[in-house]
Design a protein around this ligand. Structure first.
Ligand code: SF4
Length: 299
């Protein structure tokens, strides 16, 4: 939370120019993870169109000098695998810095199927992959699929190009010899709560947003709203290090899921002119006023 406020006469919000961006192809997922900050689920059936994807690529090309990293995300991007391959190809041919694709590895049901998918992505130009490993994913993804995806991805992309999020959970599940899925309540019985809370907060960098804010509240201390009254979220929403642009073109600052700070299909306009805050009391409260003002407005 930022504590310094801009002058109240300011009526537009300009985020800092992005350096790293995740392209959210869909909020659809095989899973309904209890920590998911985007509240993804199988029911979220909308996907990015090819036109929107191409428009985002066009926009990113204008800011390529600032861009260090792009990742393709969801939801679960493997659900529309042909579109994912197309997106990888488009970014690679555009010489944009595609760093990795994120996945929960649900698709690694068989050796031949999994290898074929990874090799297709590699041929399309992908150089690295991020595989999610957490007690939340473990509730719905059998661990042998995760292990299979990791092993095959290491063969296809090379060991150092397979990112586990997180390696601590991966090693822990391996050491426990887990097979199949495991309910979070069962995993909790196996580990001290303080250890688990620290791993989730520090290593996993848990963001209390979306479903996680409700479903994991008991693991963390809570504070009264007035504790945050003097701060606002200007810095977080302006943060250039991990921006997302979703299938609708929403520009999402940092990991502040559900809050659109502007049009991600008009980046020059967003960075030069900013988003008008008049008529957007929620965004205004977050970036210009303070949280007490927003709280009073919401009441
Ligand atoms: S955290 Fe990932 S795997 Fe889980 S529901 Fe969200 S997008 Fe799907």
């Amino acid at each position: 939370m930022a504590t310094s406020h801009p002058p109240l006469s300011e009526s537009r919000f300009r985020p800092r120019i992005l350096q790293s961006v995740g392209i959210i192809l869909s909020y659809q997922c095989t899973n309904v993870c209890r920590h998911c900050l985007y509240s993804c689920s199988p029911q979220a059936s909308a996907w990015m169109s090819r036109e929107v994807l191409m428009a985002i690529v066009d926009q990113l090309l204008q800011f390529r000098d600032h861009l260090r990293s792009i990742h393709l995300a969801g939801g679960e991007p493997f659900l529309r695998f042909e579109f994912l391959v197309e997106a990888v190809e488009l970014l690679s041919k555009s010489h944009l810095p595609l760093a990795y694709v994120e996945t929960n590895a649900y698709w690694a049901t068989r050796e031949d199927i999994a290898r074929a998918k990874l090799e297709a992505l590699r041929r399309a130009g992908l150089r690295a992959i991020l595989i999610s490993v957490s007690p939340f994913h473990l509730e719905q993804i059998p661990f042998e699929r995760t292990e299979r995806a990791v092993r095959l991805a290491e063969e296809v992309f090379g060991r150092w190009n397979v990112l586990l999020f997180t390696p601590e959970f991966y090693e822990h599940f391996k050491s426990l010899g887990i097979r199949g899925v495991l309910a979070f309540e069962e995993y909790r019985k196996l580990v001290p709560t303080a250890w688990l809370a620290r791993l989730i907060r520090v290593n996993y960098q848990f963001v209390p947003n979306g479903r996680g804010a409700f479903r994991l509240a008991e693991l963390f201390p809570s504070f009264p709203a007035r504790q945050f009254f003097s701060s606002n979220c200007r810095e977080e929403l302006s943060y250039p290090g991990h921006v997302h642009i979703d299938l609708y073109g929403n520009y999402i600052g940092g990991l502040c899921a559900g809050i659109s700070v502007g049009n991600g299909l008009q980046l020059s306009k967003l960075y030069n002119e900013g988003t008008e805050l008049e008529g957007r009391p929620f965004l205004r409260g977050l970036v210009l006023d303070d949280l007490e003002t927003l709280f009073r407005w919401a009441q």
